[in-house]
Ligand binder design. Structure first.
Ligand SMILES: [Mg+2]
Length: 268
């Protein structure tokens, strides 16, 4: 692990910045200090930046609304959500009839993307962070998964941080279904490195010229490692120093208290 001075010396050379959202940029609806200023600096320096989130309980347009309600000057071009690689996959395989375990907000996005959402003879089951989950939906999904119907998930985070504490996320829903069906889905969100590599290819930027900030070792930091990107763990979310010391598998290159720590470095 390297010091803040070393971070200071490499940060100015990076051509693209990736930031996790929950626990890195905000917690629930509480924006961390320094975030607005950070975005202004990145805009001024014309440095591309992206917010990444596995949290598929919201559609892309709801995310834009949330970020703009927080007075962040961002567009759809600054967002990478776990439903994006999932939708790309469905398109690449020509799936049209989907059983989506997801919120009304996400359902609308899938419909706008041209998919038919149905529980009658779907071609694939897609599991997302369904905050409208009911026992009836679990029963339906269990029946569908008893054959060999393709089964994918936007992401499999175990838990989601909120202002009041952790709540069960898509990984918990998948675990529940696994108990009944012994099937686990193919996953597209973090830590799948494609979530970030497809964007680097688009921008024609090498992984070594990128930096990723995130609060979680088993998604953000793992993905960064696998994509060959420098990683910086923020201590404003799920991970504390003891967890980093104990976890030998995914050690971040840098650790900072929060995103505000990089402001002074970037202003130079
Ligand atoms: Mg996070």
């Amino acid at each position: 692990m390297s010091s803040i001075n070393e971070l200071s010396s490499i940060l100015g050379k990076k051509k693209v910045f990736f930031f996790d959202l929950d626990g890195t940029i905000y917690l629930g609806n509480k924006l961390f200090k320094g975030v607005r200023e950070l975005i202004e600096i990145l805009h001024e320096k014309e440095l591309p930046f992206f917010f990444l989130s596995n949290n598929s309980s919201k559609s892309t347009s709801d995310y834009i609304k949330k970020l703009n309600d927080l007075n962040l000057n961002v567009t759809i071009n600054n967002l990478i959500l776990s439903q994006h690689p999932t939708i790309e996959y469905l398109r690449s395989k020509n799936y049209k009839r989907v059983y989506l375990l997801g919120t009304e907000s996400l359902k609308l996005e899938f419909q706008q993307e041209g998919f038919t959402l149905t529980d009658i003879n779907p071609e694939i089951v897609v599991l997302a962070f369904d905050q409208d989950l009911t026992y009836d939906k679990l029963v339906k999904t269990s029946y569908m998964l008893q054959g060999d119907l393709p089964y994918v998930a936007t992401h499999l985070d175990n838990r989601c941080p909120t202002e009041k504490g952790y709540i069960p996320d898509a990984g918990g829903i998948a675990a529940l279904l696994f108990k009944a069906t012994e099937r686990m889905p193919k996953v597209f969100g973090k830590p799948n490195k494609e979530m970030i590599l497809f964007k680097l290819r688009e921008l024609d930027i090498e992984p070594r010229d990128a930096i990723l900030f995130g609060d979680r070792l088993y998604t953000d930091i793992k993905m960064g490692h696998e994509a060959g990107i420098i990683t910086c763990c923020v201590l404003s979310g799920e991970t504390n120093i003891e967890m980093i010391e104990k976890n030998q598998s995914y050690q971040p290159d840098f650790i900072i208290n929060g995103i505000w720590d990089i402001l002074e470095i970037l202003k130079k």
